[in-house]
Design a binder for this molecule. Structure first.
Ligand SMILES: NC(=O)c1ccc[n+]([C@@H]2O[C@H](COP(=O)([O-])OP(=O)(O)OC[C@H]3O[C@@H](n4cnc5c(N)ncnc54)[C@H](O)[C@@H]3O)[C@@H](O)[C@H]2O)c1
Length: 331
């Protein structure tokens, strides 16, 4: 029988955050029964306003993925587990590597172990990062590219992905792993610049301030609009042959930081571009040019991005103009 989300029990860890909340809204629309697990980790994207449109249609557990008791209560009978909870702050991962390791690796292992013990039929969709590749030796970067992660966040994501795949292979807990590029759009935290660079550029432009572009601004990146990512995640979850596989998810189209900043100023009609030096912390973890080869996910899952960068930036600007007061915190 083909997979569907209609009436399926779904757990989204990190479901109050950026990607998790956008996914929760999409899956509720598809008829899924969604439970969110989120501990509202400080300085991350957890925000109850994110799930405003579906608040009465989801269950929320304000708990930590590292807490086996809490996880045990949520795993039984779940058909799909979208594992999006994580320590995602790259700068924080250097300041506090033990916390990063604990959330990203131990937290993932707690979920896997409880699945192994009480729900081996759950299907797991894991969200890793393009950062796992580290410095690109060949562009575009395919899934076969060597893994040379720079920084603790990239290493703990790679480790978590490996654990998920080992449980898929050994314990037959069906899992698909995604290596996600820089994603932007509605419902991202806008309080600080420690992760989510495109969204941060938008905040600076909307505040009519200078957008700080590091170095000469010529580093290339691949930016994906969140609705496209959500579609990739939900399609991958419904594709039987995707299980046991790892996929890049990106736009596949590079743009330099300087061109990106200029585009944002153009569409916001405010702000300006300012070159600045890399901080030591950022220089150390900067992997250089990246853009994804997305031919594998196109072929196996039948997904491709639909939103152009221009359209995505315009939609993102509109969202924050309208909902600024829910995101402009910690000024
Ligand atoms: N946004 C991107 O560009 C991007 C790119 C690559 C990978 N990812 C991955 O996608 C996932 C989601 O990222 P996001 O951008 O939505 O970040 P986010 O900060 O908006 O959301 C993460 C959510 O996880 C929750 N969380 C953190 N630790 C937790 C814990 N121990 N227990 C329960 N909940 C916890 C936070 O409270 C937050 O709501 C992360 O795993 C991240 O590594 C994101």
């Amino acid at each position: 029988m083909p997979l569907t989300y209609k009436n399926k029990k779904v757990l989204i860890t990190g479901g109050l955050g950026f990607i998790g909340s956008n996914l929760a809204i999409a899956l509720v629309k598809k008829g899924a029964k969604v439970t969110i697990m989120d501990n509202m980790l400080k300085r991350q994207g957890g925000n109850l306003f994110n799930i405003g449109p579906i608040k009465s249609q989801v269950k929320i557990s304000f708990s930590d993925i590292r807490n086996p008791k809490a996880v045990k209560e949520l795993i039984p009978e779940k058909d799909f587990i979208f594992h999006l909870a994580g320590q995602v702050n790259h700068v924080d991962s250097i300041r506090n590597p033990l916390k990063d390791l604990s959330i990203n690796v131990l937290g993932t292992l707690v979920i896997l172990e409880i699945c192994r013990k009480i729900n081996k039929d759950a299907r797991i969709i894991f969200s890793g990062t393009r950062g796992q590749y580290g410095e690109s030796v060949k562009l575009p970067v395919s899934e076969k590219h060597p893994m040379n992660p720079k920084g603790v966040y990239a290493i703990t994501n790679l480790c978590a992905e490996n654990l998920v795949m080992v449980y898929n292979d050994i314990h037959k807990i069906a899992a698909v792993a995604l290596r996600i590029t820089n994603t932007y759009g509605a419902r991202h935290q806008m309080a600080h610049d420690e992760y989510g660079v495109l969204n941060w550029f938008i905040r600076k432009a909307l505040d009519n301030k200078e957008i700080p572009v590091f170095g000469d601004g010529r580093i290339l990146r691949d930016f994906l609009y969140v609705d496209d990512l959500v579609e990739a995640i939900s399609l991958a979850g419904l594709t039987d042959k995707a299980y046991g596989e790892v996929f890049n998810v990106g736009s596949g189209k590079p743009i330099s930081f300087i061109d990106l900043a200029k585009k944002i100023v153009h569409f916001a009609k405010s702000g300006s571009v300012q070159f600045t030096q890399f901080s030591k912390e950022r220089k150390e973890i900067e992997p250089g040019d990246y853009y994804a080869d997305i031919s594998k996910i196109k072929k196996l899952v039948g997904w491709k991005p639909k939103t152009s960068l221009d359209a995505g930036i315009k939609k993102t600007i509109d969202y924050y103009r309208k909902h600024k007061k829910h995101y402009w915190k910690n000024d």
